[in-house]
Design a protein around this ligand. Structure first.
Ligand code: IMP
Length: 177
């Protein structure tokens, strides 16, 4: 098990690359099966979900669209939870089969605040795919349709997730020691 330092904190390996990749392939297979004959639109929430969204998307065996949007809610190690607005949502969601792609659902506040804005556009359906879920930390219950890993309520970095801007490039996911 490797220990790394990001800024002032130490983290140790929690999910190795092969484990992450195997699980993402399983999620992509499930989604491809569930959406056979439909053309879902994946809405990936930046910055954290960029790696997960790319790996998930490449394993799909169905036709699908993807777009990336940005919300702001997290500073340092604590979620501020106040989603101000989204940037980059150009698609009209009316009648679309939407799948939101998140890196991690922690308290659930980000999606809880944001989903009504999407629902307002009357998509035909809306599901959520998240790589990680801290189920112990949830304060705003959400219906999560596709979950990669349910993880303990400890801060993690890597595979798109950051600690104050750093750690996103790591291929593995590391947990705070
Ligand atoms: P929520 O609104 O509390 O569910 O937080 C969601 C957002 O907080 C995620 O999209 C991440 O950007 C960030 N976040 C939550 N937990 C962690 C973590 O352990 N490491 C890095 N970012 C996190």
């Amino acid at each position: 098990m490797a220990t790394i330092k990001v800024h002032d904190k130490f983290f140790e390996t929690y999910l190795p690359e092969e484990v992450i990749q195997k699980r993402i392939k399983e999620l992509a297979d499930t989604i491809s099966n569930d959406y056979k004959g439909r053309k879902p639109l994946f809405i990936a929430i930046l910055n954290g979900s960029f790696m997960f969204a790319a790996d998930l998307f490449k394993h799909l065996t169905i036709e699908a669209e993807i777009c990336f949007i940005k919300l702001a809610s997290y500073k340092g190690m604590k979620s501020s939870g106040n989603v101000v607005t989204s940037i980059g949502l150009e698609d009209d969601l009316f009648g679309k089969e939407v799948i939101i792609v998140e890196d991690i659902v922690d308290t659930g506040k980000t999606l809880h605040n944001f989903l009504p804005k999407l629902e307002h556009q009357q998509p035909k359906s809306m599901k959520i795919a998240t790589l990680l879920h801290k189920s112990e930390a949830i304060e705003y219950p959400l219906n999560l349709d596709y979950v990669g890993f349910d993880i303990p309520n400890k801060f993690v970095v890597g595979y798109g997730l950051d600690y104050d801007g750093l750690g996103r490039n790591l291929k593995e996911i590391y947990q705070l020691v």
